[in-house]
Write a protein that binds this ligand. Structure first.
Ligand code: GDP
Ligand code: MG
Length: 437
């Protein structure tokens, strides 16, 4: 997906302005990318229509920011909005609060039950009881037992009882008697939606009236996730969604489609088999993931605040003519320092990590770099190509560093200069086009 979107934004690199034509080209690519990430076509279409409206309406494209970046921001803002805008927390008020976990077999319910227990215990300091209402597979009860011990939660089980409604009610009574703050009810699932299963979970729900019913869905199931979510929601009218298996390079499209289809907030994402691998869902982070483009948005925002547009123009010219020198470098260092942590800033730019190659960036190294430049004569600073062995030796003595240090920095500077020059003469590599970072 990332590659495709980068392709889509390439249309905006260089001096292109946001116009009907390049918006249309780019939106087509974005739509294709979203569909490839398992977003339903109809949803993708409605989405890009909205983006188009916004893009053509945005007149204040800052000169310092490439239209492509502005476009990314519009797309990202819209994606975030579509996924609910803000995080929605879980409702665990009650004595005890009751949380019901529903979903297909293998979606990650039992794993999530353990994770949620840990989360509520650590983050909310709650005394947590879990219970296994999977009456079909004794192994499921063992699995939850192991997890509950691992996370330090209580467990309530009745291996002989074949009635999930009774087990759930007894678990809640047990929680009341033993002053638990919350009961998490794990349930059985089937490999596909069937009437008996829906009836069973609906019966449990009706009997225990949970404060919170969470639907767990495997994000790797793509389009199926949407259908399953719809069936479960029609029957249970659940309160929130848990997206599992979002680790590795699972496509995030399911998040978008599920939210759009059932209009229920996604509350948690599960990103691995370990109990700690649970995150509260943040729409803005998910849209970044779907875009797969690094934290470009905050870079754009910070750049808008800090960058002097004219200075940027002047530098661009110098880079194009391969005139970028140590004075410019020093100036940039100071600019960057004003913007915060340099390494993380550079990492925010898509493709930058790759482009930098083995050039090591270390915040603490900057004062040493400054010292090296300050030990150069004005002529040397303005004409980096003059650098020779005897000059380097003198500089090293002047700044109190080794000749190796000076050599390394000058080599890095040369590499960077070459790379910037190459990029400036190959507009496709500027801005969005640098490859996934
Ligand atoms: P259930 O049948 O719905 O209770 O699903 P389980 O909790 O037993 O999970 C099914 C399988 O998926 C197990 O092997 C879990 O370890 C695995 N699993 C669950 N959540 C995640 C996740 O977020 N990431 C990964 N990689 N595996 C997961
Ligand atoms: Mg299970």
């Amino acid at each position: 997906l990332s590659d495709r979107l980068e392709g889509a934004f390439k249309t905006f690199t260089g001096d292109n302005k946001i116009t009907e034509i390049n918006v249309a080209t780019s939106l087509k690519e974005i739509r294709r990318a979203l569909v490839a990430a398992d977003v339903n076509y109809k949803i993708a279409k409605e989405f890009t229509d909205k983006v188009k409206e916004k893009a053509l309406g945005s007149k204040n494209v800052l000169k310092a920011v490439k239209p492509g970046q502005m476009m990314v921001k519009i797309v990202q803002d819209e994606l975030t909005e579509l996924m609910g805008g803000q995080s929605v927390g879980i409702n665990v008020k009650g004595a005890p609060a009751v949380v019901l976990i529903a979903g297909l077999q293998g979606s990650g319910k039992t794993t999530f039950t353990g994770k949620l227990a840990l989360h509520l215990k650590e983050k909310r300091k709650m005394k947590v009881l879990v219970t296994a209402c999977d009456v079909y597979r004794p192994a499921a009860i063992d699995q939850l037992t192991v997890l509950s011990e691992q996370v330090g939660a209580g467990i309530y089980k009745e291996p002989e009882n074949k009635n999930p409604v009774e087990i759930a009610l007894n678990a809640i009574a047990h929680a009341q008697d033993n002053k638990y703050d919350v009961v998490i009810v794990d349930t059985a699932g089937r490999l596909s939606v069937d009437e008996a299963m829906m009836q069973e979970i609906a019966d449990v729900r009706d009997a225990i009236s949970p404060n919170e019913t969470l639907f767990v869905v495997d994000s790797m199931t793509g389009q199926d996730a949407v259908n399953t979510a719809k069936v479960f929601n029609d029957r249970l009218n659940f309160d929130g969604v848990v997206l599992t298996k979002l680790d590795g390079d699972t496509r995030g499209g399911a998040a978008l489609s599920v939210k759009y289809t059932v209009d229920k907030p996604i509350k948690f994402v599960s990103t691995g088999e370990k109990m700690e691998q649970l995150d509260v869902f943040h729409p803005d982070r998910m849209s970044q993931r779907i875009l797969g483009m690094g934290d470009i948005i905050s870079f754009v925002e910070r750049a808008q605040d800090q960058f002097d547009e004219d200075e940027a123009k002047r530098l661009e010219k110098r880079i194009k003519k391969n005139k970028f020198d140590f004075n410019d470098f020093l100036g940039q260092l100071n600019q960057l320092k004003k913007m915060g942590d340099i390494k993380s800033l550079l990492n925010m730019i898509p493709g930058m990590k790759k482009a930098m190659g083995d050039i090591e960036i270390d915040n603490s190294a900057f004062s040493r770099v400054e010292a090296i430049i300050q030990s150069m004569t004005p002529t040397e600073r303005a004409q980096p190509e003059l650098m020779s062995m005897s000059r380097k030796k003198r500089i090293a003595r002047g700044c109190g560093q080794t000749i190796d240090d000076v050599n390394r920095f000058i080599k890095q500077f040369d590499q960077m200069r070459k790379m910037m020059h190459k990029m400036s003469n190959n507009p496709a590599m500027m801005g969005m086009g640098g490859g996934g970072g």
